[in-house]
Structure formats: structure tokens, C-alpha cells
Design a binder for this molecule. Structure first.
Ligand code: SF4
Length: 375
């Protein structure tokens, strides 16, 4: 079996990525929000310029698949008209920001997201690696601690702002006036210290010592995201983070969309959801506990049709089980360890317990029926 290819960068709109089903164009909504008109237009673009399927990424971005060399230029032109593009691929690459979806208009979180966007867009901002990112998690309690980020903005138990280097259990006390400057200083420290390392937590695990000042204990997240109604609107799940264009267009009629890293969307002001394909509104739906990558045939490296496999296995899972199904050892959909991982190989399915998709399996060469019996 050939090793999976590691591309080494996160795709964007200005730096798209080739995949088995054409070009993947990933849009990074500013402040983690799409206005209704933007969401509606993206649905139209996905139908006209892509293959009609839209994915939500684990960093709260939205991506169109199946774009061709001919349709890429008109798509980019349209995204530019909607105000969804960065000035350059370099700025797009470092504007890797997840924002807690529960901010209210006029609150500090919104201002911080705008200020950080401006700061990383400046010509002299540190050119951090493609997968390096920021999380603005400045609601009263943390919600994004399990989302991928390297520099985090949170609040301590008393409500004060703290700056956090991912992987460290204490934060540096900051103010709304200093936090952006401190975040860029921490990014610069990372760039000066990292040598070949691309992620903050790994750098700290390798023994790097943070600058002084990281002394305030962080709060520990107890929030568990799930579909349901919130004061801001309706949170809806999307199986495998995928939604057809009709579903996106229907949601856009309800309200603006807040992006999340949880394969869910928060539909602003929605009090009643449309009956459209792909929405998960029941928090007990087992598909919320299955992560599956694109797999074959859309991903050229896929060795199994991951999503039909996931739909087959999901109804047999216990209520407390979480399953990661990976079309190859690369593990794109869940790069970390999972309690149970099924990895497709050229000779069947591997079952891995408490590991990543490329870890040593507990059993190999299994069929889907074997997996159902084993879990
Ligand atoms: S993990 Fe899935 S999406 Fe990633 S390369 Fe392998 S088959 Fe493709």
C-alpha cells in the first residue's frame, strides 16, 4: 500500500487543493459568520461551479468540491464580489481564526475577531505555518478548547481576558487593548523558536519554555456542542459536515449562519427549521458521533467508501461510543486519537483502539460486519 500524500498546507480559496473529485475551494468566513446573502450565493456557486456538495471543516470553514480549472476563475470572481476573499494567498493562509459562534453583535468577541483579522492581514505579520491558527473563545466560559488552534484567547474564572499557548494550562493576563499585540508577539516567539515544528502544543511538548507571564489557570471546558435551540438561534448538525446546496439555500432563508468547528451551523434567529435533507436536529442521533472523511471515490487516496460505511455501522453503536472512519491512514477527518478508529486498507478494514488512523491496529482485514460485531 502506498503511503498517503501529505500536502503540508490547508487549502483556501486563493490556494485551492486538487482532490479526487476536482479542486477543493475552502472559504474562510470573516468573524466566523456568513450573511444570508453570502450563504445563499455560496449555494448557487456550488451548484454552478462545483459538484453541488458543500463541506464544513473542523476549523469552521466551508468548502466547495468538484470545482474545475474552467469554473475556478468565475467562482473566485463571485466570492470576491461577496467580500469573502483575502487580499493575497499569504494573508489567507495566516488568517486561520476560529471564533466562538455565540457572540452577540457589539460584544467584545466581535471586536476582537475584527482586530485580529486586521492584525494578521498586515504586511509585517508573522507568516505562520499553514495549519497554525487562532481561537477567539472569549465568551463567559470556553467552548473551543477541543478545536484545533495554537494561540487561544479565553477568559479566566473571574472573567478577565487571558492569552493561551495551546498545550499549556495557564494563560497570560491581558486586556482588550493589549491582547492583539500580545497574540502577535506570541506568534513571533513561536516562529523564532520552532525550528521545524508547525504546531504550538508540540513545540511545548518538545520542551520549549514560554516567555514569562503565563501564570493564570485556565477554565476547563464543560460545554458539549449539540443540536438544539439557543438564545441566538438554532444549532443544527450536518452528517459528516456535508450539506447539499438546497439545504444551504434553505438555511440561508432563515438567517445568517455562524460557523462552528463541530460539523454544526448556528442559524441566527431560527425558531423553526425547514424540512430539508441532511439536517440533524436530534442530539441523540448516532451520526453525530461518527466522523468520516470524504473517502473513495471522491478522494483519490481513499481505499473505501467511508460515508456509506459510517451509515451502516452508526445504528449499532452504543450511546457513549465515538467512531472515526478513515479512508486511508492519513486520518484527515480526525487527526488525533479516537476511542475507536476504522482505517481502510488495501486488504480490508483495520480496527484501532484509542489511537489515530495510522496507529497499530487491534485487528486487521475486517469486513463491515466484523466491525459491527466488534464494537
Ligand atoms: S484520510 Fe480520507 S480524505 Fe484523507 S487522504 Fe485518506 S481517504 Fe482521503
Amino acid at each position: 500500500m502506498s503511503a498517503p500524500q501529505v500536502k503540508g498546507y490547508c487549502p483556501g480559496a486563493l490556494q485551492p487543493m486538487e482532490s479526487g473529485d476536482g479542486i477543493v475551494v475552502r472559504i474562510r468566513p470573516f468573524n466566523g459568520r456568513l450573511r444570508r446573502a453570502q450563504a445563499d450565493a455560496i449555494a448557487t456557486f456550488a451548484a454552478a461551479h462545483g459538484n453541488g456538495m458543500i463541506d464544513l471543516s473542523s476549523r469552521g470553514n466551508i468548502q466547495l468540491r468538484g470545482v474545475t480549472k474552467d469554473s475556478y476563475a468565475p467562482l473566485i470572481e463571485g466570492l470576491g464580489r461577496l467580500g469573502l476573499l483575502d487580499p493575497s494567498p499569504e494573508i489567507e493562509s495566516r488568517r486561520n481564526i476560529i471564533v466562538t459562534p455565540f457572540w452577540q453583535t457589539g460584544e467584545e468577541t466581535e471586536a476582537l475577531a475584527a482586530a485580529l483579522t486586521d492584525a494578521v492581514s498586515a504586511e509585517d505579520a508573522p507568516q505562520t505555518p499553514g495549519k497554525f491558527g487562532f481561537a477567539i473563545d472569549t465568551g463567559r466560559t470556553p467552548k473551543l478548547q477541543k478545536a484545533s488552534a495554537d494561540i487561544r484567547m479565553e477568559r479566566d474564572a473571574g472573567g478577565g481576558l487571558i492569552l493561551v499557548a495551546d498545550g499549556h494550562d495557564k494563560g497570560k493576563p491581558v486586556t482588550s487593548e493589549t491582547i492583539i499585540e500580545e497574540a502577535l508577539a506570541l506568534a513571533s516567539w513561536f516562529m523564532e523558536t520552532r525550528e521545524t515544528q508547525n504546531r504550538m502544543a508540540r513545540l511545548l511538548t518538545d520542551g520549549a519554555s514560554l516567555p514569562s507571564g503565563f501564570i493564570v489557570p485556565r477554565q476547563v471546558q464543560d460545554y458539549v456542542p449539540e443540536p438544539g435551540y439557543t438564545p441566538l438561534g438554532a444549532m443544527v448538525g450536518l452528517a459528516f459536515g456535508q450539506l447539499p446546496v438546497e439545504t444551504l439555500a434553505s438555511l440561508a432563508k432563515q438567517g445568517g449562519l455562524r460557523m462552528t468547528p463541530w460539523r454544526m451551523l448556528l442559524v441566527e434567529s431560527a425558531r423553526r427549521l425547514p424540512d430539508v435533507p441532511g439536517l440533524i436536529t436530534d442530539p441523540s442521533d448516532p451520526l453525530l458521533r461518527v466522523t468520516a472523511c470524504t473517502g473513495a471515490p471522491r478522494c483519490a487516496q481513499g481505499l473505501a467508501r467511508t460515508r456509506p460505511l459510517a451509515r451502516k455501522i452508526a445504528p449499532h453503536m452504543a450511546a457513549d461510543q465515538f467512531l472515526h472512519i478513515s479512508g486511508c491512514a492519513k486520518g484527515c477527518a480526525h487527526p488525533k486519537a479516537a476511542p475507536l478508529t476504522v482505517t481502510a486498507t488495501a486488504t480490508g478494514l483495520d480496527l484501532i483502539c484509542d489511537g489515530r488512523a495510522d496507529d497499530a491496529p487491534a485487528a486487521t482485514g475486517l469486513t463491515p460486519e466484523d466491525i459491527i460485531k466488534a464494537i
